[in-house]
Design a protein around this ligand. Structure first.
Ligand SMILES: [Zn+2]
Ligand SMILES: [Zn+2]
Ligand SMILES: [Zn+2]
Length: 143
């Protein structure tokens, strides 16, 4: 696989992992994110600390209840789907998260042309800072 199709494959995999999990009415899951490797897992309990790719162990931060709001951290660029604004948990690489709300979860997939980040939304997000470009903005295209 070339780099682009590998990247695309990972995005689709992430979307597949996240998407069917977003429709429960009684939502007990939290979004957990490892502050070492930035892996994100929606789960009811804190996931296992084994298998971190950046350190000996995952260090999980509970970002909040899984939900239909789409947030992007303008420092580390992760996308999370939570009910309320996620916690400003500490990450090794970027310090505390700085969350920007992109919109409501939906059927459309939007990608930023500049940094490649991908999110599922109802409609195209407004402009917010893209971490890949100095004082630049995400440039979203979607279908
Ligand atoms: Zn980790
Ligand atoms: Zn962050
Ligand atoms: Zn971007």
């Amino acid at each position: 696989m070339n780099v682009i199709s590998k990247k695309l494959f990972l995005f689709l995999l992430m979307i597949l992992m996240l998407a069917p999990t977003l429709v429960n009415a009684e939502e007990n899951r939290r979004v957990f994110m490892c502050s070492n490797c930035q892996m994100i897992i929606p789960a009811e309990k804190m996931p296992s600390s084994l298998g971190c790719t950046k350190a000996n162990y995952h260090i999980w931060a509970n970002l909040g209840v899984v939900g239909l709001n789409v947030f992007n951290c303008k420092k580390c660029n992760v996308i999370v789907y939570t009910k309320l604004i996620p916690n400003a948990a500490y990450t090794k690489e970027h310090g505390y998260h700085y969350w920007i709300r992109l919109g409501e979860f939906g059927e459309k997939v939007f990608n930023c042309k500049k940094c490649g980040v991908s999110a599922r939304l109802k409609q195209r997000p407004g402009s917010s800072q893209c971490p890949k470009v100095k004082s630049g903005y995400h440039e979203w295209f979607g279908y």
